[in-house]
Write a protein that binds this ligand. Structure first.
Ligand SMILES: Cc1cc2nc3c(=O)[nH]c(=O)nc-3n(C[C@H](O)[C@H](O)[C@H](O)COP(=O)(O)O)c2cc1C
Length: 213
């Protein structure tokens, strides 16, 4: 095994400067997201890790895909009866991180989370490939299943049931929007003296702050 303590890379690809970053977190996010999606070296540029904390006060983290972003926040879709949904019902705050390591970049955001409107969920669900639509029905996400065969049988039954007709969004499936009150952009620099610029909501306005690396 490679000894992790000996693994070391020098970061040199870019820098972040107060005078050069965008006026809003959203514009800056768009710039970096564009860079990430335009580069085949960044796999699944819209993958982000979402951390939640449930009633038991234990944090839990998993990857989801960003499916929308605007001034209201960051949207992802999931099962409303999953472990993360239970956490969010008990404590409607989350943190996300994008690690665009090929660009030596990280973006973190945190804030309150709400379900998206049902109409928005349904509009997005309608764009999903049929197989993904059926799997949303087939999977009681985060529950224990006795075997893969059980899931595949359920999927086959659903395929038969919905042959030739549109598949509606399952009632227990939909979007969440994280409305950030902080968004931090991190750019790796030489000698671990990295750049960290954070947009922080302060009442009606946003302030930009540099954080020590
Ligand atoms: C690349 C990638 C993308 C994923 N996208 C989603 C997603 O958009 N929505 C989702 O519910 N789970 C997604 N998952 C699965 C989650 O990481 C997780 O296994 C699942 O949501 C159950 O999490 P929970 O038990 O904490 O609720 C993705 C996993 C990976 C590795």
């Amino acid at each position: 095994m490679t000894e992790p303590a000996g693994m070391r890379r020098t970061y040199h690809r870019g820098q972040l400067d107060e005078s050069l970053v965008s006026r809003t977190w959203l514009e800056q996010f768009h710039l970096w997201f564009h860079d990430a999606t335009a580069d085949p070296a960044v796999v699944e540029a819209n993958a982000m890790q979402v951390a939640t904390v449930g009633a038991d006060c234990r944090p839990s983290v998993r990857t989801v895909l960003l499916k929308g972003v605007d001034e209201r926040g960051l949207v992802f879709y999931t099962n409303y009866e999953s472990a993360k949904a239970r956490d969010l019902a008990a404590n409607p705050y989350a943190a996300v991180v994008f690690a665009w390591l090929a660009h030596e970049r990280q973006v973190r955001a945190s804030g309150a989370v709400q379900r998206v409107d049902r109409a928005e969920t349904e509009a997005y669900f309608a764009t999903r490939p049929r197989g993904s639509q059926l799997s949303a029905w087939a999977s009681a996400q985060s529950s224990i299943v006795s075997s893969r065969a059980v899931l595949e049988r359920t999927l086959a039954d659903l395929e038969a049931r919905y042959t030739g007709v549109d598949i509606p969004a399952p009632p227990n499936w939909g979007g969440y929007r994280l409305a950030p009150d902080t968004v931090e952009f991190w750019q790796g620099r030489a000698d671990r003296l990295h750049d960290r610029l954070r947009y922080r909501r302060a009442g009606e306005r946003w302030v930009l702050e540099r954080l020590a690396p």
